[in-house]
Design a protein around this ligand. Structure first.
Ligand code: NAD
Ligand code: ZN
Ligand code: ZN
Length: 341
């Protein structure tokens, strides 16, 4: 095995990533070393590279939390995972395992968690480390490139839809049909909801329709919330994946009485919460962060069963700065998956 790994590093916020050779790390106790095959590019990686959020990563670091690859080396004490297994490394890199969230099926809320591609190096690299207890085992027969976007876009939107408390046969709106949103449309259909998709541009709305959306609206054309209230009486659940605070204002107005808006997108900023409307119409506003290991297992099962398949284009590590530039301009259709082979 070689001793160097090609990787994309953030050396300074808002500067181009440096695609360079780094040393292959050695797995410590409980860890595995993975030779990556594919890694999806999430908008969170761009937020990380820009230092957009209040809690910032410390450069230099390697982003990427949709990595899928083959386990090539085990650290001490690892028994569940074997050399040769195909695994994915999600945003939830590891958690403490003994706090109240961790022991009640909410390890995504652990205050001691580490995050892949943020507080620890991630999958924009030929080799990377993972915590054996927190990797997702890729179901046999699921292509690693198809699996990669499920590691974040899939599990996050699957969980976010559950968090709307909408029931099969009811209406949900997916605000933002990017990397997360176009997968969300498919989970929503597979979960039995009637689906509204909201974004801008004929290509994204067309993709949403092809993936099963019943109705699609361009947020730059007219008053979409008023149209949705008129057309279907408002929605029971809203999943906001849009990278714009304005979409969160709009989300409240999309809801029918008693509805819940699940917040997933993380643009820097705030939005207005109209007290009168929220109180009298009993609207719920709920944050939703990725998903637990069990959520990931369920999200991967949808993909393995062919019910969800990301629309993606392939790119190389050397293309990462171009991919980020297009993502920032909202020009990507679906996901970009890095080919790390
Ligand atoms: P993306 O860039 O692929 O897609 C974002 C989409 O939002 C684009 O299609 C864009 O056109 C659309 N958009 C922008 N303004 C809009 C508006 N006003 N109304 C409707 N659509 C609008 O990004 P992505 O990878 O899908 O990530 C989306 C967001 O979700 C990011 O902020 C990311 O950090 C966040 N995220 C959160 C979690 C979580 O667990 N909460 C997990 C993953 C990603
Ligand atoms: Zn992500
Ligand atoms: Zn914990």
């Amino acid at each position: 095995m070689s001793t160097a790994s090609l990787a994309a590093l953030v050396r300074e916020f808002k500067q181009p990533l440096d695609v360079t050779q780094v040393n292959i790390p050695d797995p410590g106790p409980g860890q595995v070393l993975i030779r990556n095959i594919a890694c999806g590019v999430c908008h969170t990686d761009l937020h990380a590279a820009h230092g957009d959020w209040p809690v910032k990563p410390a450069p230099p670091f390697i982003p990427g939390h949709e990595g899928v690859g083959e386990v090539v080396k085990l650290g001490a004490g690892v028994s569940r995972i074997k050399v040769g297994d195909i695994v994915g490394v999600p945003w939830l890199h590891d958690a403490c395992g003994h706090c109240t969230p961790c022991t009640t099926g909410w390890e995504t809320l652990c205050a001691e968690q580490h995050n892949t591609g943020y507080s620890v190096n991630g999958g924009f690299s030929q080799y990377s480390l993972a915590a054996a207890d927190y990797v997702g085992v890729i179901p046999k027969g699921l292509d690693p490139f198809d699996a990669a976007p499920i590691l974040c876009a899939g599990v996050t939107t699957y969980k976010g839809l559950i968090e709307t408390d909408a029931r099969p046969g009811q209406w949900v709106a997916i605000s933002g049909v990017g990397g997360l949103g176009h997968v969300a449309v498919q989970y929503a259909k597979a979960m039995g909801f009637n689906v509204i998709a909201i974004d801008r541009g004929a290509d994204k709305l067309q993709l949403a329709k092809e993936l099963g959306a019943d109705l699609a609206y361009d947020y730059t054309q007219g008053d979409v919330a008023a149209e949705v209230q008129r057309d279907v009486g408002g929605v029971h659940g809203v999943l906001v994946t849009a990278v714009s605070p304005a979409a969160f204002d709009q989300g409240i107005a999309l809801l029918r009485r008693g509805g819940t808006m699940s917040l997933v997108g993380l643009p820097p900023g705030d939005f207005k919460t109209p007290i009168f409307d929220i109180v009298l119409a009993r609207k719920t506003i709920r944050g939703s962060i990725v998903g637990t290991r069990q959520d990931l297992k369920e999200a991967l099962a949808f993909a393995a069963a062919g019910k969800v398949k990301a629309h993606y284009t392939l790119a190389k590590l050397a293309d990462i700065n171009d991919v980020f530039a297009k993502m920032e301009r909202g020009e990507l259709l679906g996901r970009v998956v890095l080919d790390l082979q």
